[in-house]
Ligand binder design. Sequence first.
Ligand code: NAD
Length: 361
Amino acid sequence: MNYKIALIRGDGIGPEVVGEAVKVLEAVGQKFGHSFTYEEVLLGGCATDAVGKSYPDGTAEKCRACDAVLLGAVGGPKWGSDKPAEQRPETALLAIRKDLGLYANLRPAVLRPAMADACPLKKETAEKGIDLMMVRELTGGIYFGKRDRYQTEDRGEEATDLMAYSEQEIERIGRRAFELARLRRNKVSSVDKANVLETSRLWREIVHRVHDADYADVELEDLLVDNTAMQLINRPADFDVVVTENMFGDILSDEAAQITGSLGMLASASLGDGVALYEPSHGSAPDIAGRGIANPLAQILSVEMMLRYSFGMGEAADDIRRAVTEVLDAGWRTGDIKDAETPADKVAGTAKMGDLVVEHL
Ligand code: NAD
């Protein structure tokens, strides 16, 4: 089979880590008898420099003509908040997610035994391991609601952000979560704030309706968001799939990332009903860009997710996961995940880390 991939290298360390992901794709293609072709797509600060806009016309069409989108990262101080919106990289990110209808953001948080020392939690908690999948609603809620700022008569200036959720938005993300759970350990934790928010009460009602009608075989628990923030630290091993609305998911997925040790290891997928987008959870890391020291594993593990969820290549995806685990088990570390015990000759740069994964494939 030939798959066409829209390749958005982006800014900062984006091009460096995407280069390693492509190496891995080529190796997987050879091993499993597939081929990949790439459509280079400009997005972010580099697009602003080239054509004056961070989201050039026709970007979404180019992506839709491919089987999947692989994105590095965009952004950097050069295109900061003093620039007009159409030149800012963040504008492009929101626009592409919206135009491709990417309503479900999947962020796995995995703590591998070889990395247990990087986990900031108690040793006995870390030893149980972490393997959870955050499913965050990505195109609704307070980040997309109406905002306002106005002068009141007696309380000075006031601002509002509207949080709205429809039945349809909740149902489709709920279904995604239950489907994923069936491929994993068959449990969903649905996170809300139903003791206070009306949107959360609707969330809970719809999630249960979908569960009872079509996914009664999946274990479902409801958790309040404040309790979830605590339980992620107390008993992370108990979580399988965690599904929640946009803002809660934004915060909880960063917490889950932090307890696994390094941002440089965490992949993500954004899914809709058409072409999906895969990217690392980290940003463009301008502080280390161009030095050949960025950790490419999050980008490589984004390829793992792409093979699994867009191309149905579960075996090849498992193989990438195995290769990454073996490289870490052999003691190899990039600068961001090394510790005092890592010997100097086991510290790899970006390209070396990519080569090691390819060797283990
Ligand atoms: P960041 O994730 O880029 O960096 C945070 C810290 O983690 C930095 O010290 C960085 O060096 C380190 N780091 C990140 N990825 C790493 C890797 N692969 N290997 C080694 N170290 C790594 O977050 P930030 O500094 O808040 O943001 C920098 C820029 O990235 C900003 O312009 C921001 O808007 C943008 N950003 C883009 C995305 C995206 O493209 N999806 C996401 C987040 C931030």
